[in-house]
Design a protein around this ligand. Structure first.
Ligand code: BG6
Length: 295
């Protein structure tokens, strides 16, 4: 049984999870959830009466220092390829164990805070800067995730970040994504800058897009009869990703037939919107997820 230095309320149980990874299991009348300490990675969030809202692959690795495929990977301090050829995709935060530094019950769930500092990162060669990152999760009928980063060093630091959320959907081919029409976007699959589409986004093939300056995003899911609303703050970009057939087949930790089950809607600050923090400064990026039934 893993232990944490912080006292946990009765609704939060430390357990040995899949692959031997330490996890916290949350169970209240309003919600169940699972959080891997590696990556401060929420792998399940299921409000009472709902099917799972976060998708996690049946083929994911659950192993030390390997990314988990699904849930909410915390991408930091870079997004995509790293600053050096050896650096893995999406930063070291998602593969490093975080510490639980606060845990309390709320009206309908729990609030957990996990912390990571540069001193706890095994390989800092690609990004050798002092920092403290804290992830606050408010887990209930709604989910709040806030990533705060403080520059604890003597010089300015620049980083990119994303809450790489895998939303579970009934069939990605049938969802409509509202809130992105009228925005130009960057198509990362080759075409580059694209004009606004003016209609709700439908997914009809591999999708890897960055939308700058999004507002609230809603994923309408006629198969599961629900709407997932993503409200972000401190975020200049939304990344929308689905691997579709060929990329799913090419990924070792992704089932060939799983791609219709998810849509990643990521709250992010990437590319030109990377954050620069002066010494002592803190910046927070947050996302809130609400699920409502639709007729
Ligand atoms: C998305 C990126 O956010 O993450 C994609 O836009 C990438 O380009 C995807 O393929 C998955 O990344 P990873 O490292 O988890 O396989």
């Amino acid at each position: 049984m893993p232990t944490t230095a912080t006292a946990l309320p009765p609704s939060v149980t430390p357990e040995v999870g899949r692959g031997g990874l330490p996890v916290l299991r949350v169970a209240t009348p309003a919600v169940t959830a699972e959080l891997a300490l590696q990556g401060a990675h929420l792998t399940a969030w299921t409000p009472a009466g709902q099917e799972r809202v976060l998708w996690t692959s049946q083929h994911s690795a659950f192993a030390p220092r390997q990314p988990i495929r699904g849930g909410i990977p915390v991408c930091f301090p870079w997004f995509g390829p790293g600053p050096t050829a050896e650096a893995g995709l999406h930063g070291f935060a998602r593969t490093t164990p975080w510490r639980v530094t606060a845990a309390s019950e709320t009206l309908d769930g729990v609030q957990l805070t996990l912390t990571l500092t540069d001193a706890e990162v095994a390989d800092r060669a690609a990004w050798p800067h002092p920092f403290t990152a804290s992830l606050q999760l408010s887990i209930g009928q709604s989910l709040g995730v806030a990533l705060a980063v403080t520059n604890t060093g003597p010089a300015p630091v620049t980083y990119a970040q994303a809450l790489h959320t895998y939303l579970a959907v009934g069939d990605v081919r049938q969802v409509q994504v509202h809130g992105l029409a009228d925005l130009p976007y960057l198509d990362r699959l080759g075409p580059g800058a694209q004009p606004p589409a003016s209609e709700p986004l439908r997914i009809g093939g591999e999708t890897d897009r960055i939308y700058p300056q999004p507002g609230t995003i809603q994923v309408a899911d006629p198969v599961l009869g629900r709407m997932i609303t993503v409200t972000s703050t401190g975020s200049a970009d939304a990344v929308v990703w689905n691997p579709w057939v060929a990329k799913a087949a090419a990924m070792a930790d992704f089932g060939d037939a799983e791609w219709p089950e998810l849509l990643c809607v990521e709250t992010a600050n990437v590319l030109d919107h990377a954050i620069t923090l002066e010494p002592g400064a803190t910046a927070t990026m947050a996302a809130r997820y609400d699920v409502t039934p639709t007729p």
